[in-house]
Design a protein around this ligand. Structure first.
Ligand SMILES: C[S@@+](CC[C@H](N)C(=O)[O-])C[C@H]1O[C@@H](n2cnc3c(N)ncnc32)[C@H](O)[C@@H]1O
Length: 301
C-alpha cells in the first residue's frame, strides 16, 4: 500500500499519472518483453504505472505516449531505456541465498572436478543483480581452495541486464543489514567494515569477479567461453516458459562437458535436453552436461 504524506495525500512519485488503457498497457508489456524477455502479467499493472509515472515526472514528460515515443527515438531513447530497465527489474538478492545449491557445488561438484582437471574453475552468475550472488560464489570457492589446499584458481563472471545493479555490484559496498546471512567466518575473512552503516567486500575477492552487462535474450552478445558452473537463479521466473527453454538451450552451450547448470528450485519443469542429465540433490534444481558431448562450434554458442 502506498504511504500517505503529512497532508493525507500520496507522495507525488507514487501517484499514477492517469489511467492507462488496456491497449496502452499491452504496448508497454510487448516492448518490455521484446527487449528484455520479462513478462508483466496483468496483476503487475500498478507496478508498471507507478514506475512509469515516477520517471515521466522526473523527465517532465506529458503522458505515457510521449514517453513511449521518446524511448523509441534513437540514441537518447536508448540511454533512457537503460534507466527504465533498471527501474523495471527486480534486484532482490542476498548473500548465501540458497545453501542447498552452494552445498551441491562444494560437496558434489568441486571434489570430482579438482580430481579430474588442473584448470581454474570458471563460474558464471547469470542475472547477478547487485553482486551478493557472485561474491558468495567467490567466497565459497576461495574457502574451498584454501581448506583443501587445492592451489587452484577460479574466476566468477557475473552478468546482468541492469547497469544500475551492475554499478552497485562493482562497488561491492552494502548496508550492514545486507550481510545478515553471511556466516561470521566469511564476513571476517572476505569483508571489511567501512563505517557504522556499511561494509564492503575485500579488494582481493572483488578482483576474482568480473561484471558485464548481458541480456539473456540476446545470446549473440555472450562471450564464447566454456564454463564449469552456470548459476542462474531467480531470473527465469520473469519469463514465459518458451523463453525459459530458449535461454536454457543457449546457456548450456557455454558449459564444458561435465559442467553443471544450477537453477532456482522450480524455475523450470519437465525440461530435458540430450546434452544434459538431471542431478539428484536435495532441494536443488541442477543439471550436468554429459561428459561425451561437444559443441558444434567447438565451445561457445
Ligand atoms: C531477482 S534478481 C536475482 C538475483 C540473483 N540471481 C539471486 O538469485 O539472488 C533477477 C535479476 O535478473 C536480471 N534480469 C532480468 N531480466 C534480464 C535479462 N533479460 N538479462 C539479464 N538479466 C536480467 C535483473 O536485472 C535482476 O538483477
Amino acid at each position: 500500500m502506498a504511504k500517505q504524506s503529512a497532508n493525507g495525500k500520496r507522495p507525488w512519485h507514487l501517484t499514477p499519472l492517469v489511467a492507462m488503457s488496456d491497449a496502452q498497457y499491452q504496448q508497454w508489456v510487448d516492448l518490455l518483453e521484446a527487449r528484455t524477455g520479462i513478462f508483466l502479467p496483468p496483476e503487475r499493472k500498478s507496478f508498471l504505472l507507478t514506475s512509469l509515472s515516477t520517471r515521466i515526472r522526473e523527465l517532465n514528460h506529458k503522458d505515457y505516449a510521449s514517453y513511449y515515443r521518446y524511448l523509441l527515438s534513437g540514441k537518447e531513447g536508448d540511454v533512457e531505456w537503460e534507466v527504465l530497465v533498471d527501474r523495471l527489474t527486480v534486484h532482490e538478492t542476498r548473500f548465501f541465498r540458497d545453501q542447498h545449491s552452494l552445498d551441491l557445488i562444494s560437496k558434489n561438484f568441486l571434489p570430482d572436478y579438482l580430481a579430474d582437471s588442473g584448470d581454474p574453475v570458471r563460474v558464471w552468475s547469470v542475472g547477478c543483480a547487485t553482486g551478493e550472488e557472485p561474491y558468495t560464489l567467490a567466497m565459497l570457492l576461495d574457502d574451498y581452495m584454501r581448506k583443501e589446499r587445492a592451489g587452484r584458481g577460479f574466476f566468477v563472471s557475473a552478468t546482468d541486464i541492469s547497469l544500475g545493479a551492475l554499478a552497485a555490484a562493482m562497488r561491492g559496498r552494502y548496508r550492514n543489514n545486507r550481510g545478515a546471512n553471511l556466516p561470521a567466518e566469511y564476513a571476517e575473512r572476505y569483508t571489511r567494515r567501512v563505517d557504522s552503516d556499511y561494509f564492503e567486500v575485500n579488494h582481493d575477492l572483488r578482483q576474482q569477479v568480473s561484471f558485464t552487462q548481458f541480456n539473456v535474450i540476446k545470446p549473440a552478445q555472450a562471450r564464447p567461453e566454456e564454463m564449469d558452473i552456470i548459476y542462474c537463479q531467480n531470473l527465469l521466473i520473469y519469463f514465459k516458459r518458451e523463453r525459459r527453454v530458449a535461454i536454457l538451450e543457449h546457456l548450456i552451450k557455454h558449459l564444458r562437458p561435465g559442467g553443471i547448470l544450477i537453477l532456482g528450485p522450480g524455475e523450470i519443469t519437465n525440461w530435458n535436453n540430450p546434452l544434459m542429465k538431471s542431478m539428484a540433490c536435495p532441494a536443488t534444481l541442477a543439471f550436468q552436461r554429459r561428459a561425451d558431448t561437444v559443441n558444434e562450434q567447438g565451445g561457445g554458442a
